[in-house]
Design a protein around this ligand. Structure first.
Ligand code: GDP
Length: 298
């Protein structure tokens, strides 16, 4: 199951009926789009995103070519598909490693979002799929078990972690990680910052200090799909302070409503690059707008 399933079911009902119909009038399109609007809002998609989407589809759908075609219902579904893809960002984006090695990648997010697990998942993926030499470092000195958690995950992934030095502060650890990365010839250094239960100044100041010390090429925010619109709000707040380059959305395998994934790009302008789809260390997928739209439309 994924967060898109509920919407897939709703859209299936709406569009199966539509496709069976012959001629369509402007009023028919209006009625269908009212149903689409309700379905998107119930899936927790942000209101401005829904309004914009419905307006665009309606404008294109009431055109003469569509309504007078032999299969107007299918034409409308095609427009919905295209506009969904546009809403999700059109192109599928990957982690950009085109920089001088070792490439610093900063992982940020709230506590419990899945940040540490995702860091290890990304490390495994870069190692196996892109043949990169990856070093991971935990900068979380607040939660006593955090650095040890990353080390254990690193062992599962077969990816080394920076040796833990008791008493070091996040910026010092980050500098040591980059230095080790340079001296030992790593391609990528993944920096797992500490999270908090909610956004506060201390969290942001720490992330900013680490960013200034390491000049990350990618700054990836990990957010939990289950938190709905809060995930989008979190992305806005982080982006204001540290300029995100992408989003990783976790727990897409859960039964959340999908609205966060659907609104993220349109609201924040930042691409979702990866999806966390389970607890296992290999449960990470690329985000393909085309595939997600295809999936939602059955
Ligand atoms: P952090 O506090 O942000 O570092 O979160 P953790 O990485 O410790 O993850 C918290 C919990 O979420 C762990 O039990 C993970 O196994 C779980 N988790 C992380 N990502 C996913 C995911 O994509 N799907 C599911 N079902 N669980 C996940």
């Amino acid at each position: 199951p994924t967060v898109f399933d509920a919407l897939t079911g709703r859209f299936g009902d709406i569009f199966d009926r539509l496709k069976k119909r012959g001629a369509l009038s402007e009023e028919d399109v209006g009625a269908v789009m009212r149903e689409v609007r309700v379905a998107l809002l119930e899936a927790d998609v942000a209101l401005p995103v829904v309004k914009d989407f419905v307006t665009r589809v309606r404008e294109r759908a009431v055109g003469a070519e569509v309504l007078r075609s032999i299969t107007p219902g299918q034409q409308v579904v095609k427009i919905v598909h295209d506009e969904l893809v546009a809403m999700l960002g059109a192109e599928s984006e990957t982690i950009d490693l085109a920089a001088v090695a070792p490439v610093p990648v900063l992982m940020v997010g709230l506590q419990g979002s899945g940040k540490t697990t995702t860091t290890a998942k990304i490390a495994l993926r870069l190692k196996d799929k892109e043949r990169k030499r990856v070093l991971m470092a935990s900068l979380d000195v607040r939660r006593p078990a955090a650095q040890e958690q990353l080390r254990v995950l690193g062992e599962q992934a077969g990816v080394p972690t920076l040796p833990i030095v008791a008493g070091q502060q996040p910026v010092e650890i980050a500098r040591r990680a980059m230095e080790t990365g340079r001296l030992e010839g790593y391609d990528v250094v993944l920096l797992d910052t500490a999270g908090r239960l909610s956004i506060d100044e201390a969290l942001m100041d720490e992330v900013v200090a680490v960013r200034d010390a390491t000049k990350p090429h990618e700054t990836l925010l990990v957010v939990d799909a289950m938190t709905g619109q809060d995930a989008v709000e979190t992305a806005k707040r982080f982006d204001e302070r540290v300029t995100l380059t992408g989003i990783v959305m976790t727990r897409v395998d859960g039964d959340a409503r999908g609205g966060a994934a659907l609104s993220m790009r349109a609201v924040t302008g930042k691409p979702i690059k990866l999806l966390g789809v389970g607890e296992r260390i290999d449960a990470l997928e690329s985000f393909h707008p085309e595939r997600v739209a295809g999936r939602i439309l059955g």
